[in-house]
Design a protein around this ligand. Structure first.
Ligand SMILES: [Zn+2]
Ligand SMILES: [Zn+2]
Length: 165
């Protein structure tokens, strides 16, 4: 992991890396946190490449879940480029699994809790159903850390956290 960090640092000179409990890019702090596993594994390497890609593409904000999804796609594309340069190719299936998790997450957030219609996002925090006019709140989305606010007043279901955080 240390060897990889040394190779990644020049690609994102203004960004710092810090050990943490998960892989995460914080645009505000210009900080990438990473997790050190007892047994080194490919997934962690890929996650670190992915966060570095977010940082190098300067991903800072998005106004909707769909926009976030587009940024995730872009980050994986960039991560593949970096991986290829460093001789660390990323498994295509892993990428598709990660993106599917995001797509499912967006789909669930955009499904009306009252009538199950697929709806449009009104603003970063709420959706509006054009069929039955229900409005519901969602948590502000964050890179790689999607979750839905538990809302006991509606039939909204909390989603399990995706496995690639
Ligand atoms: Zn509805
Ligand atoms: Zn991401």
């Amino acid at each position: 992991m240390q060897t990889l960090l040394a190779k990644l640092q020049p690609l994102v000179p203004n960004v710092s890396f810090a050990e943490g409990t998960s892989f995460f890019w914080s645009p505000k702090q210009k900080l990438i946190t990473y997790r050190v596993a007892k047994i080194p594994n490919d997934r962690d390497v890929w996650a670190l490449l992915h966060e570095t890609a977010h940082a190098s593409l300067n991903h800072t904000q998005y106004n909707s879940d769909f926009e976030l999804l587009m940024l995730e796609v872009a980050a994986w594309e960039k991560a593949c480029e970096i991986g290829t340069e460093l001789g660390l190719p990323i498994d295509e299936e892993h990428i598709q699994n990660c993106l599917d998790t995001y797509r499912d997450w967006v789909h669930q957030r955009s499904t009306c809790p009252s009538c199950s219609s697929t709806s449009f996002q009104k603003d970063p925090h709420s959706y509006h159903c054009h069929n039955c006019q229900t409005v519901w709140q969602v948590s502000a989305s964050r890179f790689c850390r999607p979750y839905r606010l538990r809302d006991t007043s509606s039939k909204a279901k909390a989603l399990p956290a995706p496995t690639f955080m």
